[in-house]
Design a protein around this ligand. Sequence first.
Ligand SMILES: [Zn+2]
Length: 358
Amino acid sequence: MKQTGIVYHKDYLKHEQSPMHPESKARLISTLDFFTKKGLFDNPKIKLIEPTLASLKDILAVHHQRYIEFLKEESETGGVIDPDTTIPAGLFDIALLAAGGAIKAAQAIIKKEVNNAFAMIRPPGHHAKPHTGGGFCYLNNIAIAVRWLQRNGFRKILIIDWDAHHGNGTQEVFYEDDSVLFISLHQVPLYPGTGYPNEVGKGNGEGYTVNVPLPPGASDKCYMLVFDEIIKPLTEEFKPEFIAVSTGFDNHFTDLLTSLAITAKGYTEMMSEAVKLAEKLCEGRIFAVLEGGYSITKGLPYSMLGIVVAMAGLDILIEEPENYMDELILVKRDGAYEIVKKYIDTVKKIHSQYWKCF
Ligand SMILES: [Zn+2]
């Protein structure tokens, strides 16, 4: 029987920058309650996996030693990276546990304990660069897991980052590397202000960074178009041995930090497409890592359930409550689809010199 792993540890609830910070423990608490109510943890297709701490060797494969020393020292009494990213006392071990959670998701697949896995971890990671954290992130969890995979026999890895924000940290880690194809879909303009189609990688990595900007109001239909026109053909040409997904949930139409218009059903469809690609090209090896998403009771529980349903092939209908669906009309913009088409054309034009499919 096929099984999907959910990597989780109660210590992920210990991290708190301040009681009002949007990257809060409530993000996981509300979703776990919802999963329990839906009987997810009693389902034989779901396996709960406990993570362990990432090792120093694991994180030094991505981050500079000076930054790691800084993070460790500041974690003893508390410190600051940027106004959105403070270092609460005790942060270092929780950040190691988050990175270790991403590694564990990949490891459980290799060991054939599960077919695929979702790391429900925090703090998130995709804004963390080799020399510094930022944007609520300290260690780049997905990059650390990808480097771990590369030390364990897998070379060509695809990272799809569909968090609403550009995965600038992950981009920087792999910018000059042709072994990792990094595709990021994100709202522009928005933090961190990067992620334009002309950022394509450098040196050996030229052509292996693909940025697809999306306008405010982009809906499920827009994302599916990007899948059909960009992600599927590129993935088939690249032929990855593993797929890693940075799944933020801040593209949900109720998210307060962004202006995108994805529904929980949209997330389910996107993950189903990613799973299909993994099944076609790399024996189903795919793991997803939690990044952002701040709509505690609306976006997060339903969308995260959608991801798990798609990965495990569960017979659960993803239907969001009617009482907040009105908000979708306020966020969705009809003109967004035409803008997305233009962005797609730009991406194809720029990348046609690197990829036959364009
Ligand atoms: Zn985000």
